[in-house]
Design a protein around this ligand. Structure first.
Ligand code: G4P
Length: 285
């Protein structure tokens, strides 16, 4: 690892903490969207405390790009009595058909309570939370449809909050404020950069690609081999030499015959992010 300390967004968590805290009074549950490839790094570590007493749905999003067996392990590790976990792909919509039934199952006792109180028609309200780029808009668009039917203003609803009706008596509330990822830990920043959650303009892409190759060499070398026609022995190459070899295999040369490692780095990152190397998970439970 290059050890480049990726500092991205500054704090601002105090404001978000307050906004989420206020809006939590209006909802029955929180749906947290995380990236199935990096379920630890794509979570805001303060959120667990903020929603500690709420029923939760965790959506392991982008599971189309994650290693299926690892996603299954995460599903088991994260499921709890008050937490339902769903692997989903918000781009295609796969897995989202389970969201409404799971919400109603998770909140069955609340629904029963509303009925007892003569509020049988009351909608279940779910706040959607997640760091930027994790797929919140894709999720809301998929669930609410293109009409994005907004719920009318009603008393008690904080002004500026975005509500969406999604059917079967469930409404979604978009995250109030921005839930920044927090990464004092450089490994977390690096993983967010691998997936493209942090834009390349703020990082050295050759170093980043080398770090990614180090990780992939250790856990998914066969996928690298298949994609870039590498030999078994290439597994032993230091990551920069491996990057050169990959660039060479793709004919990326500059004048003088040297390998254009910057282009090769951009390609490796792009191919990882578009799942062309294969379905890869960078964090395991
Ligand atoms: P946000 O609101 O949380 O910031 O995230 P958003 O929905 O904008 O999604 C960020 C990017 O992730 C988008 O790609 C989106 O298409 C992609 N994405 C979201 N969910 C999934 C998923 O389950 N699988 C895959 N493969 N991708 C997903 P983009 O490149 O920014 O835009 P575009 O290519 O869709 O135009």
């Amino acid at each position: 690892m290059s050890g480049q300390n990726i500092q991205w967004f500054p704090g601002h968590m105090a404001k978000t903490r307050r906004l989420i805290g206020e809006s939590l009074k209006l909802v029955d549950a929180a749906a947290e969207i995380i990236d199935a490839r990096i379920p630890v790094s794509s979570r805001n570590p303060e959120l667990a405390g903020i929603v500690a007493h709420m029923p939760k749905l965790i959506l392991l999003n982008k599971c189309d790009m994650a290693d299926e067996s690892v996603t299954k392990a995460w599903l088991e590790a994260l499921s709890k009595e008050d937490t339902a976990v769903l692997p989903v792909d918000c781009r295609s919509g796969r897995g989202l058909n389970r969201f409404l039934p799971e919400t109603r199952r998770l909140l069955a006792s609340r629904l029963a309570r509303y009925r007892e109180k003569g509020m049988a028609g009351r909608s279940l309200r779910v706040m959607v939370v997640g760091i930027p780029n994790v797929g919140k808009s894709s999720f809301i668009n998929r669930m609410a449809g293109t009409g994005k039917a907004k719920v009318a203003n009603r008393p008690g609803v904080t002004r500026g909050n975005q509500w969406f009706t999604i059917g079967q008596g469930v409404e979604l509330l978009d995250t109030p404020g921005v839930l920044w990822p927090k990464f004092d830990d450089p490994v977390v920043g690096e993983r967010l950069a691998f997936t493209g959650a942090i834009k390349d303009t703020v990082v050295d892409i050759e170093a980043l690609a080398c770090d990614l190759l180090d990780v992939l060499k250790a856990s998914y070398f066969v996928l690298l081999q298949n994609r870039y026609r590498l030999n078994d022995g290439d597994c032993e190459l230091p990551s920069y030499a491996l990057l050169e070899k990959i660039g060479m295999c793709r004919g990326m040369r500059i004048a003088g015959g040297e390998v254009d490692t910057e282009r090769a780095a951009a390609m490796v990152l792009e191919e990882f992010r578009n799942c062309k190397i294969g379905r890869i998970s960078l964090e395991r439970p």
